[in-house]
Design a protein around this ligand. Structure first.
Ligand SMILES: [Zn+2]
Length: 149
């Protein structure tokens, strides 16, 4: 019997070193902005794919946006974002207020209440296990209730 309350999916565990390098993106949505052409990239890049400039600066993306499209249950049995045993889940493409598109998950609401265009904000939640069994935290999105706007 495992000492962990849930199964660890080895095919989906993450290198601890890689998790450390990507922590700013996962914790604060830090990407890159090109000083030459102004394009914003997430995840972070060191060379601009648009103009090939190496003059990149850190850019913290907006933490609020809206659901561009969503679907249900497609990750059943696959631990891409952790909690694989919990279904139904609502993966979604989120368009942040600064125009960045992010594949993430809408949580803390029932799937039938999610609609395209729904305002959401970023929260930090457990995502999955690293290769050393540490929890990896990262962004997910929750609906913005009227009182928060
Ligand atoms: Zn550029």
């Amino acid at each position: 019997m495992s000492e962990f309350p849930e199964q660890i999916y080895r095919h989906a565990t993450y290198s601890t070193v890689r998790a450390w390098r990507e922590r700013l993106g996962r914790y604060r949505l830090v990407g890159s902005r090109c000083r030459n052409c102004g394009e914003i990239w997430f995840p972070r890049r060191s060379v601009c794919p648009h103009c090939a400039s190496r003059e990149m600066e850190e850019y913290e993306c907006a933490h609020q946006g809206e659901v561009l499209c969503h679907w249900e249950n497609i990750f059943r049995g696959v631990a891409l974002m952790g909690y694989a045993e919990q279904v139904p889940r609502v993966p979604a493409v989120i368009r942040l207020n600064d125009g960045v598109h992010i594949l993430s998950e809408v949580i803390e609401t029932s799937p039938q209440d999610v609609y395209d265009g729904m305002p959401v904000r970023m929260v930090l939640r457990k995502q999955k296990r690293e290769s050393n069994s540490n929890w990896m935290y990262g962004f997910k999105f929750v609906p913005i209730r009227r009182a928060e706007q």
